[in-house]
Design a protein around this ligand. Structure first.
Ligand code: AMP
Length: 366
């Protein structure tokens, strides 16, 4: 096994990417610009990332033979989604460096482990409790109170696997509807806004954060990101410091996103960490056109063992996701002055599916 410190790619070397969605596609495009090749591993023959790489493996994540052949073809392995099965990561990391490391996956795949980890660093989250039954949910409501949010410990995304619980809720029905045996109950946070920090950490421990992003969701799916977030600089500094502490404690190599709630208070706003995404993140897409380096390039640099860039933002940036059939408006967006359109090449525009995004940069006045 090779450790992260030993990875030093040269132009022409090959990065293996687990997962073939738009994040893998944009990682491969960023790698190509730096003269690096990518091989994508995905079980889905329609993977958008397959379109932009010469070599691809279409196989299940449990297919050990395919994983071994894939590992033999690449110099370092990374992933574009956090639910990489532990067994897959084990097979691969025995053969090639896998960055970020597998401990990161163990923590971020489980909301309980993730919250315990964040709190162990002295960083605040919403109050939470482990829940494994309807009786356990009732007890957790007794200690945390209502309103609250119940979330499955694993495999939740875009609001899936979670439910808001209010006064008078039918606890047994809420538990049955969640269809899980392991969940957490979180106190509802009356947040003023949601923000995220996209941070990159190199194998040498250097951390570079992008300017804090403000995020607006619609139907639990990210719709708009704004950079910089409309928060005081002291709070932005604190948000970056939280992301840096998390990345450092995880011995992280690559880009991660830390989502946070800004909570108003009598003595000013405070921050609570909601979630860590151990990968490039939708709220960092603005960096593609709005900064001197993108989150995708920073990730590639980090896992290649190359120096990180110090990102410089080009102005006030808005990112708009094109969700479901909103993608059909792409010709309108193409004519908007200053807009840059990104389409992911996905076939069917199902409701809620992220099909593309648009960035708009307003340069500072001279
Ligand atoms: P998550 O899957 O944990 O990122 O949650 C998805 C979205 O649900 C968040 O971006 C928030 O808008 C909302 N949400 C999640 N947890 C809470 C909470 N404890 N209090 C208030 N809103 C929440």
């Amino acid at each position: 096994m090779t450790t992260s410190g030993q990875v030093k790619l040269k132009p022409g070397d090959t990065i293996g990417i687990l997962g073939g969605g738009q994040l893998g596609r944009m990682l491969a495009l960023a790698a190509a610009r730096l003269g690096l090749r990518c091989q994508v591993f995905s079980p889905d023959p329609d993977s958008p990332a397959f379109d932009v790489v010469q070599y691809a493996t279409c196989a299940e994540y449990a297919d050990v033979e395919a994983l071994e052949l894939f590992a033999a073809d690449v110099d370092v392995i990374t992933y574009e989604f956090e639910n990489v099965p532990a067994a897959t990561a084990m097979v691969l990391s025995a053969r090639r460096p896998v960055l970020p490391n597998h401990k990161v996956l163990e923590i971020t795949q489980d909301r309980l482990a993730e919250k315990d980890f964040v709190n162990s660093l002295g960083i605040a989250t919403a109050p939470y409790a482990d829940v494994a039954s309807a009786a356990g949910l009732r007890a957790a409501i007794g200690s945390i109170g209502l309103p609250a949010v119940v979330k499955t410990r694993r495999f939740g995304y875009d609001g899936k696997g979670q439910a808001m619980l209010r006064e008078g809720v039918d606890v047994d029905a809420a538990w049955t509807d969640l269809e899980t045996k392991s969940a957490i109950l979180e106190g509802f946070v009356p947040f003023e806004r949601e923000i995220s920090v996209i941070a990159a950490r190199g194998a040498d421990g250097q951390v570079e954060c992008f300017d804090v992003t403000e995020n607006e969701h619609r139907d639990h799916i990210l719709k708009h990101s704004y950079a910089p977030a409309r928060i005081p600089e002291t709070l932005a500094e604190e948000a970056r410091s939280i992301a840096t502490r998390i990345a450092t404690a995880l011995d992280y190599v690559g880009v991660l996103a830390v989502e946070m709630f800004v909570v108003p208070g009598k003595r000013g706003a405070t921050l609570l960490v909601n979630e860590i995404a151990p990968r490039v993140h939708n709220s960092g897409h603005w960096t593609l056109d709005g900064a001197s380096v993108s989150q995708f390039e920073q990730h590639i640099r980090a896992i290649a063992g190359w120096p990180l860039a110090k990102p410089v933002r080009h102005g006030a940036v808005t990112m708009t996701n094109l969700i479901g059939d909103e993608v059909n408006d792409y010709t309108c967006w193409l004519t908007v002055p200053g807009a840059t359109v990104h389409l992911y090449g996905k076939g069917t525009a199902r409701p809620g599916r992220k099909m593309g995004h648009v960035t708009q940069v307003t340069p500072p006045k001279p």
